[in-house]
Design a binder for this molecule. Structure first.
Ligand SMILES: Cc1cc2nc3c(=O)[nH]c(=O)nc-3n(C[C@H](O)[C@H](O)[C@H](O)COP(=O)(O)OP(=O)(O)OC[C@H]3O[C@@H](n4cnc5c(N)ncnc54)[C@H](O)[C@@H]3O)c2cc1C
Ligand code: SF4
Ligand code: SF4
Length: 616
């Protein structure tokens, strides 16, 4: 008896398939570096050109897919020494890139707490008392101590202040004008195509589906893009890189446990402003001692101001937006910002495990570049130039293999790319930085000491590594607020928040001494208004939810619900039945829910949209 073949999605809605030479995932600084060096090498001075193997007679076919709706929708500070970027553009003129300017003044500041609301250890409180007492003879003003010296490993004095969105746009338009590469925004890549232990291309996300991914009217299965080489530069929380990690595993002893969420605002400074373009302030100490911050001044009275909320801040009530609002109101900064206007804001995760989080850099048919490949240096506080340079190193290796007609096997990529990377300044500096931040697992003072130890000893001395998962570094409120609130008070705040359907984390912060934010409708605006400003939330129809809660029962039993308080876009809510809800239209795609859940109960897929701005 013959059995009728069952219809499957793939034969009812056949997937389109194309073949290219090189498929690229994500367009950030790493991919900018890769594609710039690659396309520069396609044609030699003698005019002979490399040829495509899939379209003979043509140059190699290179296609890059970016999930955000525009290639200029990155989120980052940025001050960068731009060593790699300048190598690619020796005559770089900052005035060609909107919002870019050479660094002019640089300061490192310890911010004291003018409100008495942050959680400071006894040692830090004693240090604060001493600083205030000696304030007249120290460079101390507006509750901030200017450190007389910036360690050489942190200095950016020869660098550039930029907007990553503008930089990406600038690079992208140069690349597209060569006609040698196609860059497609609004195209999330859902997964790598893996056959017989090799990556053979990528699959784009399905469209015309409901929240759960089920086909609806207008269903369009994501195209398969088959490629000889897949270059993965999908940043810290990229779904493609993580799928490769799951399939091939991480190198022995490597893991990604240290993270931060960086949230920033672009502020139009009030007129007149005494802040010169090119001014760079690095801060620590406030709003919590664990939170580092920055203020970078661009031309035309614009400033980027932001904070990093790290995984080792042991506070489940970790709302970056509220912390950022308190940060900008620190008297040292507020005197420059008060009266300014919020132009845009954004948030994004940073992978802070550095070299220890380095995945398999290359395998049969694929190579990894950028922050997802462990390039960000947590000692120098630098990620853009490192990401860019990993891209250029891969491109040099790929050009070598193309010229020699060698296939993109693991062995060939290891010698052409990984070998180059191991000999580069990226690798040397990442070794020094490897254990630089371990001290923060033992407290802020130990953390700062550890950075100094590692930096000055060139990595020879540091604190021991704590292999705790990021989500498990976050403690319950009863512990974090023990000096200010009793467990009974916390229980009551929790009850009241639940009955009134108010955010628990906000109520907790207010009860523990943080003043309510006095909204001025201009710079201090509600989180909801920030999401709506300028129409910058983008959630195109027809895509599945990219955030999912794996085991609802775990959520039901979870009391603290860190995923709700830390969500950068208020996209995760308490939901019904104690299971969080997810609203894609509010998700800014920061990726922080992936690593903040103590139970690792969140799936984070490739998604379209997000809240970004070309000024970020
Ligand atoms: C607030 C903040 C401030 C910072 N300040 C500085 C600073 O002052 N100096 C500095 O050097 N660094 C700074 N950084 C770090 C820096 O931004 C990163 O190290 C750098 O952007 C990494 O570049 P990348 O190309 O590896 O990744 P990304 O810039 O993250 O780019 C990856 C791209 O891939 C896309 N992508 C992801 N998944 C997919 C998918 N499935 N399909 C298609 N596309 C996908 C993403 O949308 C993104 O555009 C800061 C970061 C933040 C968040
Ligand atoms: S995802 Fe579930 S388990 Fe994780 S923090 Fe949120 S509610 Fe708790
Ligand atoms: S739901 Fe979206 S905005 Fe919220 S933490 Fe996750 S990625 Fe960020």
């Amino acid at each position: 008896m013959s059995v009728e073949p069952q219809p499957t999605l793939d034969n009812v809605f056949p997937r389109q398939e194309i073949a290219v030479d090189i498929a690229c995932v994500g367009f950030g600084p790493a991919m900018g570096g890769f594609l710039t060096t690659l396309t520069n090498g396609f044609t030699t001075e003698a005019g002979s050109a490399l040829q495509s193997t899939v379209s003979p007679g043509m140059p190699p076919q290179v296609i890059c897919y970016e999930r955000a709706d525009d290639i200029g929708f990155g989120v980052s500070g940025v001050v960068t020494r731009a060593r790699g970027i300048r190598k690619a553009f020796p005559d770089l003129d900052c005035s060609q890139i909107p919002m870019a300017v050479p660094v002019k003044h640089e300061k490192l500041l310890y911010l004291l707490d003018p409100l008495g609301a942050s959680r400071r250890s006894r040692t830090l409180r004693l240090a604060d008392l001493a600083i205030r007492a000696l304030g007249r003879i120290l460079p101390f003003e507006q509750h901030a101590l200017e450190l007389p010296y910036i360690p050489p490993f942190m200095r950016k004095h020869d660098g550039i202040v930029m907007s990553i969105g503008q930089f990406n746009q600038w690079i992208g338009s140069q690349l597209m004008s060569t006609g040698l590469v196609q860059i497609w925004p609004a195209m999330p890549v859902s997964e790598p195509l893996i056959e017989r232990q090799a990556v053979v291309g990528i699959r784009l996300a399905d469209q015309g589906v409901d929240k759960t991914g089920e086909p609806q009217a207008g269903f369009m299965p994501g195209m398969d893009v088959r490629a000889q080489l897949t270059v993965v530069g999908d940043g810290p929380v990229g779904a493609v890189g993580r799928a490769i990690d799951r399939k091939f595993g991480m190198p022995e002893g490597h893991s990604r446990n240290d993270w931060a969420v960086g949230m920033k605002m672009v502020i139009e400074l009030p007129e007149p402003s005494s802040l010169d373009p090119g001014t760079v302030l690095h801060t620590f100490g406030f709003p919590e001692p664990e939170i580092f911050g920055f203020l970078y001044v661009h031309p035309d009275r614009l400033a980027s101001v932001g904070i990093f909320v790290p995984s080792w801040l042991p506070n489940c009530s970790r709302t970056a937006y509220r912390y950022l609002q308190h940060y900008i109101q620190h008297p040292y900064l507020w005197r420059h910002l008060n009266g300014g206007t919020l132009r845009s804001w954004g948030a994004k995760s940073l992978q802070e495990s550095g070299r220890r989080g380095e995945p398999l850099l290359a395998g049969d048919g694929f190579a990894r570049i950028g922050e997802g490949s462990g390039s960000t240096n947590v000692l120098t506080g630098s990620g853009v130039d490192e990401a860019w340079t990993t891209g250029t190193l891969l491109a040099e290796g790929v050009l070598e293999l193309l010229r020699e007609g060698k296939p993109f096997t693991r062995g060939n990529l290891e010698s052409a790319y990984v070998g180059r990377r191991r000999k580069s300044w990226i690798d040397r500096e990442s070794q020094i930085a490897e254990d630089a931040r371990n001290g923060f697992h033992h407290g802020v003072i130990a953390g700062l000491l550890g950075m100094a130890l590692a930096g000055f000893s060139r990595g020879r001395f540091s604190f021991a590594h704590n292999p705790q998962l990021a989500g498990q570094q976050i403690g319950p409120p009863e512990l974090f607020y023990e000096r200010r609130l009793s467990p009974d008070q916390i229980a009551e705040i929790r009850n009241r928040a639940e009955i009134n359907n108010m955010p628990f984390h906000d109520a907790l912060m207010s009860a523990s001494g943080w003043p309510e934010i006095q909204h001025d409708g201009q710079l201090l605006i509600t989180h909801q208004d920030a999401l709506l400003m300028g129409g910058k939330v983008q959630a195109p129809l027809g895509y599945a939810d990219h955030v999912r809660f794996i085991n609802p029962e775990l959520c039901r039993q979870c009391i603290d619900k860190t995923c709700v308080s830390m969500c950068s876009g208020q996209a995760i809510t308490r939901g019904g039945n104690a299971i969080p809800g997810f609203d894609r239209e509010k998700c800014v795609y920061c990726g922080a829910c992936l690593w903040n859940c103590p139970q690792a109960n969140v799936e984070f897929h490739a998604g379209a949209g997000g809240l970004h701005s070309a000024e970020n």
